[in-house]
Write a protein of this length. Structure first.
Length: 137
């Protein structure tokens, strides 16, 4: 089954940990709390995560790195099969592709290859939100 469930963007340094649910389509499907990992040696919990959930926080978030790194991440579910979901991610900088690639999530074993722990967790959060919405539909 070909399915395009597209997200907006989330901060590339946001590690989502708990869904707050939500009716609006947010970048990861729901509103999430989590950790800011902009400084990987000192991650902090984030309760007010609007900029974390929405991305493009450069110049607005005090923890956002002032370097040439990415600004946002978006996900799309390209195909939903009985045993797996096939996703595609695009990491952006200034609204242009910075990095991109496919991800495959097996319902039995999880992700087939780890790209990056934060990116993988964002994809998992996106999948959790997607599955919840599919059950509710």
């Amino acid at each position: 089954m070909l399915c395009y469930y597209t997200s907006e963007m989330s901060c590339p340094y946001f590690y989502p940990t708990e869904s707050r649910g939500g009716g609006a389509l947010l970048p990861l499907g729901d509103s999430w709390t989590g950790q800011c990992r902009a400084n990987s040696s000192a991650p902090i919990a984030r309760a007010d995560t609007l900029s974390c959930n929405l991305g493009y926080a450069r110049g607005q978030c005090e923890r956002f790195p002032d370097d040439a790194g990415p600004d946002a991440v978006r996900f799309t579910i390209a195909r939903h099969e009985p045993a797996a979901l096939h996703l595609y991610y695009v990491i952006e900088r200034d609204h242009h592709p910075y990095a991109h690639g496919p991800m495959e999530y097996s319902f039995q074993t999880g992700f087939t290859a780890t790209v990056d722990p934060t990116l993988e967790r964002q994809a998992a959060a996106y999948i959790e939100s997607y599955q919840r919405r599919k059950r509710q539909a």
